[in-house]
Write a protein that binds this ligand. Structure first.
Ligand SMILES: Nc1ncnc2c1ncn2[C@@H]1O[C@H](COP(=O)(O)OP(=O)(O)OP(=O)(O)O)[C@@H](O)[C@H]1O
Length: 363
């Protein structure tokens, strides 16, 4: 996979034809498969002022009748790191392309930074850094020269400070040492980093990143996550797609889950996790009956014992009782505690609970 960025009106953006071949087109240009214009008001209520992205009934049906995105209502709070999660083919990239004006919706509306898309693209794109799939960089130019070229094409960027901006962006993504290397000699991970650097060339109110850790090694993945958190801490809203639950869990404040083009959940991550049920305390002990009695005595609910040898595992919903109190009470009652842990439901548990399905990345 190669990557491309948009950070302002002059940047190039890719679009896939039905056969999957990559091509490039100016950001915001009408793609060839577009047939139906966006029509109708954006719902009855105005878009909330505190959202960076709002969609209403957003739908994309490709030629051949395939519905890639189906009646999507998204509300991305300003300042959030919003994880857009879903298996391959669930409609994430198509949604992102609609947000950036690269694909026209079949029906429905979207607003980015308070502007209706595509009409508001010229006003919005300089404030948006984006990384979406597709070629964007000149293979025979160095990473640095590529960024200087992109920067020069941005009418909102001051040419006198271009080198400084480019140097900073390269440093942020760890590419300073490879700045003078030709793009075609870059590894996949380096290309991904350069795409991120391009998205970060100017100050952005919104970053839209399509699978930004694709192609990166574990170290690169950690760095990109840290970078996303850093950018968010500066006040930029980050909308990031991923098919990896664990990744979203580690860096996002909010989550939306797509499945087959439809939204199945959209919440702050803490709410999402809560939907998986309360944390459980587990006690490994040879004195199962006594341990269960202590937990019940403390008012803990749903006390269960899993018999094992030599130890049983007694568990209960943690509730409001501090773990240290549970521990102290068990010891005070002479219960032999060989292990004590608090288990919180993972996002995957919640996903399964909400959808009744596993998270099949090939789905
Ligand atoms: N230009 C196109 N023409 C026809 N069908 C398309 C086009 N682009 C995407 N699709 C189809 O739309 C569906 C959603 O694809 P999309 O790329 O949006 O999913 P995704 O969640 O981003 O998956 P991935 O992570 O694999 O890119 C898929 O079935 C895909 O084959």
């Amino acid at each position: 996979m190669s990557t491309q960025t948009t950070g302002g009106p002059p940047l190039l953006a890719g679009d896939r034809d039905p056969a999957g071949a990559a091509r490039t087109a100016p950001a915001g240009a009408a793609p060839s498969e577009d047939r139906s214009p966006v029509s109708g008001p954006l719902g009855t209520a105005p878009a909330p002022d505190d959202c960076s992205i709002v969609t209403r009934g957003l739908t994309k049906r490709f030629r051949g009748g395939r519905v890639a995105v189906d009646d999507l209502d998204l509300a991305v709070p300003r300042g959030s790191v919003f994880g857009f999660l879903g298996p391959n083919g669930s409609g994430k990239t198509t949604t992102i392309r609609m947000l950036l004006g690269l694909v026209t919706p079949t029906s429905g509306r979207c607003e980015v930074l308070g502007e209706s898309i595509p009409a508001g693209l010229p006003a919005v794109l300089p404030r948006v850094g984006a990384l979406v799939e597709g070629p964007a960089f000149h293979p025979y130019l160095s990473g640095e020269a590529n960024l200087l070229r992109l920067d020069a094409a941005d009418p909102t960027a001051d040419p006198r400070t271009a080198r400084e901006r480019v140097g900073l962006a390269l440093a942020r993504v760890g590419l300073s040492a490879a700045a003078r290397k030709r793009y075609r000699a870059y590894s996949l991970g380096m290309r991904q980093r350069l795409a991120l650097a391009a998205a970060l060339l100017g100050p952005r109110d919104l970053l839209i990143l399509d699978e930004p850790t694709n192609g990166l090694d574990p170290q690169g993945t950690r760095e990109v996550r840290a970078l996303i958190r850093e950018v968010a801490a500066e006040g930029t809203t980050v909308f990031v797609s991923s098919h990896l639950l664990a990744e979203v869990e580690q860096m996002c404040s909010h989550i939306a889950v797509m499945r087959s083009g439809r939204l199945v959940a959209q919440e702050p991550i803490a709410e999402f996790r809560r939907a998986g049920g309360p944390p459980r305390v587990t006690v490994e002990t040879p004195d199962a009956a006594a341990a269960a009695e202590v937990l019940r005595g403390l008012g803990l609910a749903a006390v269960r014992t899993a018999v094992g040898a030599p130890d049983a595992v007694v568990s209960a919903d943690l509730g409001d009782v501090p773990t240290e109190r549970i521990c102290a009470e068990l010891v005070a009652r002479g219960v032999a505690v060989r292990g004590l842990a608090v288990c919180r439901p993972s996002l995957e548990d919640v996903f399964v609970r909400l959808t009744g399905e596993g998270f099949d990345v090939d789905g």
